[in-house]
Design a protein around this ligand. Structure first.
Ligand code: HQG
Length: 183
């Protein structure tokens, strides 16, 4: 069905734009973007999408997604967050909401309370302004996830930098334990 096809395409797009652009012969700009035409050629060269991937199909994928993962601007496409490769993508720095949330697995809690929230496999720590999103993120790793609060107001005052992912995703380089609490 269409939904599965969209999910499949979205996964391949995430892989190319967040994790392994080299595999596709792609070189991303500092904001993580690449020309749409170049992207389509690379994606169609690597995968046998049937029918072939076009910008129109990508726009359908984006319209049907439950999250805003990609942006198309000025004939270029990029992933908005979630990158894992070496060269760090620049995101717009912003003043965060006073409190942010992070959903995680119970088994990570001791480490997190000792070391703080670290980007682990990605470039940034991911947080949300709403609890429901944090729940969903946490449920990927634990059926009873822990929801952590981040005192973003204090952290920002102490010059921890926050960046925009999308309307629901906020990013930071790391969050030391003194700003963390349990919801
Ligand atoms: C944990 C998805 C041990 C952290 C989601 C998390 C999100 C630590 C895991 C986005 C730690 C990393 C990102 C420490 C953090 N010790 N564990 N000191 N610090 N962790 O997947 O936030 O659907 O890289 O709690 O919805 O789960 O792909 O990060 O559990 O928005 O668009 O290490 O990816 O979006 O896991 O998820 P991840 P995340 P998409």
């Amino acid at each position: 069905p269409e939904e599965n096809r969209y999910a499949y395409i979205s996964r391949k797009m995430s892989y190319a734009l967040r994790h392994n652009p080299e595999k596709y012969g792609l070189k991303l700009a500092q904001d993580g973007s690449v020309e749409m035409e170049t992207f389509l050629r690379a994606m169609n060269g690597m995968h046998h999408f049937e029918p072939p991937l076009t910008e129109a199909v990508i726009r359908e994928v984006m319209a049907h997604a439950e999250k805003r993962r990609f942006a198309i601007e000025d004939g270029r496409i990029r992933a908005l967050y979630g990158h894992s490769f070496q060269i760090k993508v620049d995101h717009q720095e912003v003043v965060p909401p006073a409190v942010l949330y992070h959903g995680t697995a119970r088994r990570f809690l001791d480490f997190i309370m000792e070391k703080g929230l670290l980007p682990m496999g990605r470039q940034y720590v991911h947080m949300s302004a709403d609890i429901e999103t944090a729940e969903q993120v946490g449920r990927r790793r634990d059926n009873r996830p822990v929801i952590l609060t981040v005192d973003a107001k204090q952290a920002a005052e102490d010059s921890i930098r926050f960046y925009i992912g999308n309307d629901k995703v906020w990013l930071a380089d790391q969050i030391p334990p003194q700003y963390l609490g349990r919801y």
